[in-house]
Write a protein that binds this ligand. Structure first.
Ligand code: GTP
Ligand code: MG
Length: 224
């Protein structure tokens, strides 16, 4: 897919503030500092579209970027940032959990994992929670330029951990904001899924009928 245009649209503090739109959304999430904003810049080909931070945990809102006037890239707050208060962290988690569980426009979550590290508990826990809520996701192993020798082994270990936990292994990408690795593969993947139907297509009727939407059971992630 060619990128013709990309611009920041809006920041939302919670699900209710997310824009009313029929456009499909691809959301990025991962540990603080894993490279979410850098990946947005890489995918859109715009160096400064999303703020790349030296201080972990800078992205605190749900940030919407409009691409090709046709779909949204959504930058979610990173999980596991240390330098905020507990209350703030709880707030972000609720907003993000709501968004992931309930946003009809969400087509895929791209979960970013640091390719330099062996499987981390916080990532596995988060993915476990996503899978338990039936939120469709793919994995992107970031910063592949930094320690290329360990990338393949870390990905293999991660895959094994997912299999051990009975989680279906999804599409896996490797990326680098430095070498641009992964850009075309991820954009192709997004293009392939652009026409996917909205989630919860029957909500309106059901809401009208009994005020309850047919959604996955309410569970909150434990430690992210
Ligand atoms: P928060 O929004 O703070 O959670 O961070 P983030 O996940 O958006 O990460 P961000 O894109 O701000 O990148 C964090 C740091 O990692 C920055 O110093 C980036 O320059 C660096 N970085 C991100 N991606 C790559 C990459 O592919 N290769 C290398 N070498 N550095 C990267
Ligand atoms: Mg960021």
């Amino acid at each position: 897919m060619k990128i013709q245009s990309a611009r920041f649209e809006i920041s939302a503090p919670d699900l209710a503030s997310c824009p009313e739109s029929a456009l499909r959304e691809f959301a990025l999430i991962g540990r603080s500092n894993v490279g979410k904003s850098s990946l947005i810049n890489l995918l859109t080909g715009k160096r400064d579209l999303a703020k790349v931070s030296v201080t972990p945990g800078k992205t605190r809102l749900i940030n919407f970027f409009l691409v090709n006037e046709a779909w949204h890239l959504v930058d979610l707050p990173g999980y596991g940032f240390a330098k905020t208060t507990k209350e703030q962290r709880a707030d972000f988690n609720v907003a993000v959990a709501d968004y992931l569980e309930e946003r009809p426009n969400l087509v895929r979550v791209l979960v970013l994992i640091d390719s330099r590290l062996p499987p981390q508990r916080i990532d596995l826990e988060f993915i476990n929670w996503l899978a338990s809520c039936a939120v469709p996701f793919a994995l992107v192993f970031t910063k592949a330029d930094k320690q290329p020798a360990v990338v393949a082994a870390n990905i293999a270990q991660f895959q094994k951990r997912l299999e051990d936990e009975g989680i279906a292994v999804p599409e896996i990408f490797t990326s680098s904001a430095e070498t641009h690795k992964g850009r075309f593969e991820i954009l192709d993947f997004i293009e392939q899924h652009l026409d996917e139907p909205l989630r919860f297509p029957d909500d309106e009727e059901e809401d009208a009928a009994d005020g309850e939407a047919d959604r996955p059971a309410e569970t909150e992630p434990e430690q992210w």
